[in-house]
Design a protein around this ligand. Structure first.
Ligand code: PTJ
Length: 266
């Protein structure tokens, strides 16, 4: 069990019994708590995670077919992009740092820290974690976040002129709806990983992966390995056949049927 970030007794890693039926979920929760205790996850990140856990129950805590379709279209778009960027916040850094770096390598994307509750201290800590995971360059830290996204007033408007500002495709997770909308208005294709298909981010993104970042990133890595050998035409075909509204509708139908089935099984 990873105890490297554990800094005080609020973190219960070592107390989770091996045979606890929700062990995996509790370990993931501890990663977020460790991130908070080490100063790089925002306190609000805990609330966001709880919300995510709830929506994960509704999709059976598995990567469903609607997510696979979105992942394929998302990875194809990233492979076709001229300037792909993976945008990283506190929760993503706590949950999938190694996977972010691996995927960025496979699709030749830049990595940029972009925080809703921005502090330079958190930016630096997140960049450090990503560098430990093998990232050669991390954008968006300190002075590098010198460009601004128009029409956006949160601290998330500050971006790197070498990263998100010039990106044609941006992959992000647990995002704020306003920024997703602003990025789309700037003409960028936004691929969002969000467990809630009803969130503004899910509704506004170009491609919505309704799944947990914990499962979505490894799946994206697997699919990137497959798709990087395909021709440009084949990738374009995958993107062309994709319809985000249909995928969101499919995820909502899944949730509704899943709940009906659970009620019948009682
Ligand atoms: O690190 P910062 O400062 O950039 O702040 C990050 C948070 C997450 C606090 C900030 O972006 C925020 O407040 O996000 P929201 O508005 O709470 O949105 C988070 C969305 O992500 C919600 O729709 C959750 O259901 C969803 N979510 C939570 N955990 C996961 C998730 N989606 C995918 N994987 C998860 N593990």
């Amino acid at each position: 069990m990873d105890k490297t970030h554990t800094s005080n007794t609020w973190s219960l890693h070592s107390l989770i019994p091996e045979n606890h039926p929700r062990k995996e979920s509790l370990i993931i929760r501890e990663k977020i708590v460790d991130g908070l205790l080490n100063g790089y996850v925002a306190p609000q990140g805990l609330i966001a995670h709880g919300r995510g856990e709830c929506f994960d129950y509704l999709i059976g805590e598995k990567t469903q077919e609607f997510a696979i379709k979105a992942i394929k279209a998302g990875v194809a778009s990233l492979l076709l992009a001229k300037n792909p960027v993976i945008s990283v916040n506190g929760n993503m850094a706590a949950l999938v740092p190694n996977e972010i770096v691996k995927l960025a390598e496979l699709i030749n994307a830049k990595i940029e820290v972009n925080l809703f509750y921005r502090t330079v201290e958190r930016e630096r800590k997140i960049a450090e974690i990503l560098k430990k995971a093998g990232a050669k360059e991390v954008l968006g830290v300190d002075e590098d976040a010198s460009a601004t996204i128009p029409e956006l007033f949160s601290e998330r408007r500050r971006v790197s002129p070498r990263g998100i500002y010039i990106a044609d495709v941006v992959l992000l997770g647990l995002e704020d709806g306003d920024r997703t909308e602003a990025l789309v208005k700037m003409g960028k294709k936004v691929i969002a990983i969000d467990l809630n298909p009803m969130s503004r981010t899910s509704q506004k993104a170009s491609i919505t992966i309704v799944d947990n970042v914990i499962r979505a990133f490894p799946k994206m890595i697997e699919i990137a390995k497959e798709l990087r050998n395909k021709s440009k035409e084949e990738l374009e075909q995958i993107v062309k056949n994709y319809n985000n509204k249909e995928i969101l509708a499919e995820s909502l139908r899944f949730i509704s049927n899943y709940l009906l089935q659970l009620s019948r099984d009682l």
